[in-house]
Ligand binder design. Structure first.
Ligand SMILES: Cc1cc2nc3c(=O)[nH]c(=O)nc-3n(C[C@H](O)[C@H](O)[C@H](O)COP(=O)(O)OP(=O)(O)OC[C@H]3O[C@@H](n4cnc5c(N)ncnc54)[C@H](O)[C@@H]3O)c2cc1C
Length: 394
């Protein structure tokens, strides 16, 4: 056991990544691929009981290809080439996904990232928890604890820390950063069901009763996600699924869908008041929370991880340059305010169809894309931001 008279042995790395969710793993992999010495810790054991499907945005698909993980996409991913958008039970538009979307089990994504990291000589330190951290202008330091039987304490030092430690981020808490709400709590019910319609098309329904989506997964299973107003404790069984299907997706008609799994969860819409400071930066759910239909938390998180890896590499190679922090903060804050519908640039255009204009605020966070790919979707709906770039069609 460590005591005050036995100084803790400090583990030194250029970068410490806290959290081995998909975002932390991507940050560590991109750093390792840039030749930066990185350590990644995770408070949980390697194998987890539960995994849910993720929808990978076109940007994430490109990023995974760049990171050399294309084989994983082809092995277990299901490609989705278009997204049909419905309002008032009418099929309003079919959007072509620029570069394609994929659905993939989250544990497959995590394992592929962890294996690629291990190949580069960076194993994840499982069962190790960040307790606290401090920083000055030169360094970040703090304490880690093994979660096994020994409960051993260690200290660490790093040039930079990436906080990819999710919803209840210790890194965010250590920086004293609060989450700011940008909308009411939303409740969603999830069902996985076998469906003869499970092709390469996803469907998105924007409705007053609540939005919902259907994404094809592997083995003719589709993931049905419904925004619901009932309490979390109410039973959600196969008959509740049938009821939601009839009310919200009537074109499934009498098709007999075998329901494989059920889940219900609440989602906050919130953004950290700051995305980090000095040598410590947040990415993924540590920095932002949003409803699940657009799957922005994970996908924008992967992009943030990649950006932080790039910026940290430059900062380490050119010490003495101004901090990258304000650039990262400014860009990501603008992006998140747009996704959370809190931007001061309304998505209006006289050329947009009326149904799309009327639903623009609800539509944007539900579209499976961000950045230029989101604007490509909006161009297809003629919903280009007024002061944004001109649409492809002029
Ligand atoms: C109930 C629920 C259902 C969801 N369903 C879906 C879905 O169907 N599809 C989808 O794409 N997304 C879904 N999401 C969202 C998805 O979980 C997140 O977008 C995604 O996991 C975010 O990745 P992340 O890497 O930022 O955070 P996480 O995946 O949460 O990873 C953070 C990691 O940090 C670790 N950690 C935390 N604190 C410490 C510490 N102090 N020291 C060391 N490690 C630490 C955690 O153990 C965790 O492994 C769901 C979320 C919830 C809550």
């Amino acid at each position: 056991m460590n005591t005050a008279s036995q100084p803790l042995e400090a583990i030194r790395s250029r970068v410490l990544v806290v959290g081995a969710g998909p975002v932390g793993l991507m940050a560590a992999l991109r750093l390792a691929q840039r030749g930066i010495e990185v350590r990644i810790i995770e408070q949980q054991p390697e194998h987890r009981a539960h995994s849910f499907p993720v929808v990978l945005h076109p940007g994430s698909v490109r990023l995974l290809r760049e990171a050399g993980l294309e084989k994983t996409l082809l092995w277990r991913g299901r490609s989705v080439s278009r997204l049909a958008v419905y309002t008032e039970a009418q099929r309003r538009a079919v959007l072509e996904a620029p570069g394609g979307l994929f659905t993939l089990p989250q544990d497959v994504l995590r394992q592929a990232l962890a294996a690629a990291l291990a190949e580069r000589g960076v194993p994840v330190a499982w069962n190790v928890r960040l307790l606290d951290l401090q920083q000055d202008q030169r360094l970040v330091w703090g304490r880690l604890q093994s979660e096994g039987t020994s409960r051993e304490l260690q200290s660490f030092e790093a040039d930079y820390v990436i906080g990819a430690d999710g919803y209840e981020s210790t890194v965010r808490e250590a920086l004293g950063i609060k989450m700011v709400e940008h909308g009411p709590l939303q409740t969603f019910a999830f069902f996985d069901a076998q469906s003869g319609r499970s092709g390469h098309e996803a469907q998105l329904v924007i409705a007053d009763a609540g939005c919902c989506s259907v994404y094809p997964l592997q083995d003719n299973i589709s993931r049905f996600s419904f925004q619901i107003s009932r309490a979390l404790g109410d039973p959600l069984d196969a008959s509740a699924f049938r009821e939601l299907l009839t009310a919200r997706l009537p074109w499934y008609g009498q098709e007999s869908l075998r329901c494989e799994a059920v889940g219900v969860a609440e989602f906050r819409c919130a953004l950290a008041e700051r995305l980090g400071e000095g040598r410590v930066w947040l990415s993924g759910e540590a920095a932002h929370l949003i409803g699940p239909l657009g799957v922005d938390g994970l996908n924008v998180g992967l992009d943030e991880a990649n950006e932080l890896a790039e910026r940290i590499e430059l900062a380490l190679k050119r010490p003495g340059q101004p901090s990258f922090g304000p650039l990262y903060e400014g860009k990501r804050r603008r992006q998140w305010l747009e996704l959370l519908g809190a931007s001061d640039q309304p998505l209006l255009s006289e050329r947009s169809p009326e149904w799309a204009l009327a639903n623009a605020a609800r539509l944007v966070p539900c579209l499976p894309a961000s950045g230029p790919d989101l604007h490509d979707f909006l161009d297809q709906l003629r919903l280009t931001p007024r002061s944004g770039r001109p649409s492809a069609s002029g």
